[in-house]
Design a binder for this molecule. Sequence first.
Ligand code: ITT
Length: 205
Amino acid sequence: MPGKNKKILVATTNPGKIVELKALLEADVKWLSLADFSDIAEVPENGLTFTENACKKAIGYAKATGLWTIADDSGLVIDTLEGGPGIESARFCGQICEDRKLIDHKNIAKVLKLLEGIPTEKRTARFVCSLCLASPEEILIETQGTLEGLITEKEIGEKGFGYDPIFFVPHLNKTVAQLTTEEKNAISHRGNAIRKLKPLLTALI
Ligand code: ITT
């Protein structure tokens, strides 16, 4: 059984996710990221659901490092695109490169093009986040969180990452890219998934 000061690996390459996860988890552990392991093989995200992918990543990196590992798989689910881009959210534009801002912009452009002419009431969508904590032997915790909203017709706001500038939250009358980190964490899919995971993690460590 782990004691205090346990090391936990946050298995993501997305800096936006790392900031949000560390800010919200606040557990008495030492956090490591994939940047702390130079030659670790990438675990493929070839599952069919967010949960399957989060669990594959968590158990894969836990086995590779010997550490308890938290992985996130998340994305944007748009009703009029029959759930797309879904698990393809990170590479919806068909490209992948180091420049995340550029890819985010291309992904957003593709969504806006596909939704051209679709009226506001049919632009319903949700962000979904699945989290998984695994040891090298087994899956320990799985949680999921969502955030409901509408896809805008253009980019609004500069904060956050990914699809935040086109995701409008009606009760706040703002896109997620107009929210501070604290405001986003309070309502977001990742925030909601982390809030479910936190007491379960605390009970384990
Ligand atoms: P890792 O696999 O290394 O964690 P990734 O960015 O490739 O990083 P995913 O496969 O989970 O992660 O893809 C999630 C994509 O969904 C992400 O790149 C964004 O485009 C989008 N996304 C997820 N959470 C988001 C958020 O909070 N705000 C905006 N877009 C988000």
